[in-house]
Design a protein. Structure first.
Length: 74
């Protein structure tokens, strides 16, 4: 997460403390693991770089389209 923020280079994000981001991530993980209100669609963004690798963007689009339009999900 921190590397992603640094790569974006947004000045207003440079002062965000690493411990804050770590706690935020922990809270998100807890929330998402308890989520039961609907179906989840999860992509492992640690292995995807859709900004620099067009194939990764294509993969994401294909996965989303498959989830939306797949008949076996009915």
């Amino acid at each position: 997460m921190v590397d992603h923020i640094r790569r974006r280079g947004r000045e207003y994000e440079t002062g965000i403390r690493t411990d804050y981001l770590s706690k935020l991530n922990e809270k998100y993980e807890h929330w998402i693991n308890q989520y039961t209100q609907g179906k989840l669609f999860i992509l492992d963004k640690d292995h995807l770089d859709f900004t620099n690798r067009p194939d990764d963007m294509s993969y994401i689009i294909q996965r989303v389209e498959k989830e939306i339009f797949s008949l076996d999900k009915i």
